[in-house]
Design a protein around this ligand. Sequence first.
Ligand code: F6R
Length: 247
Amino acid sequence: MRVIVVKDPQTMGKRAADLIQEVMESKPHFVLGLATGSTPMPLYKELIRRHKDEKLDFSTVITFNLDEYVGLKPTHDQSYRYFMNKHLFDHININKKCTHVPCGIGDDLEAECLMYEEMIEDVGGVDYQVLGIGSNGHIGFNEPGTSLASRTHVTQLTESTIKDNSRMFAKVQDVPTQAVTMGIGTVLDAERVVLVANGANKTKAIKAALEGPITAMCPASALQLHPGVTYVITEDCAKGLTIAVER
Ligand code: F6R
């Protein structure tokens, strides 16, 4: 496990972009797994900058997002499809048909989940998966207690995630209570993973994920089983870690 500690979120974005770009430029049909939320924003800003200033080419890149709220249409301003268009896809030369976000509306979400898994498999799997982490240790919307072998599924959001995410909504009652998420098993199938984190509210989850037991009670701890994971985290998040880190 590589842990890179950086001084601020901007540097976090740059270091994560370096990791992704290196593999992206070595693969003709690079498959990128994406996360939403506040943490990856500096990374997406940096990828957009590299596209604009350095001609970083996304024309053959395929993307799969980790998750989507149940019940929000792609046009809803809090849907993760809307977020991705606004914060990344609208600013780079990616073919939108090659960008995938789980479907959170419809009568048969179980079938949608199966289809999502098949689509990932059909393109040969994810080459680089971007992850954030919840203050409760969740990855994607795999909340504590989710099976470490889980695949894409519909999940119930915990009170703490609803509270954390309510900052994006007018009121807490507006936050959907369910989501579709890639499973922990799906995430572990990616060739490489970069987990980004900043802010003191993530310190406890980072310590548990990196140094605690591998347990479904801290979903990110499952990443200890994966040989290709890099954490890029800010100083405040790294407080109290005893494992070796790079700076
Ligand atoms: C969202 C996702 C979540 C977030 C996590 C942290 O697609 O996968 O696991 O990464 O909730 O969110 P932020 O970055 O907003 O603190």
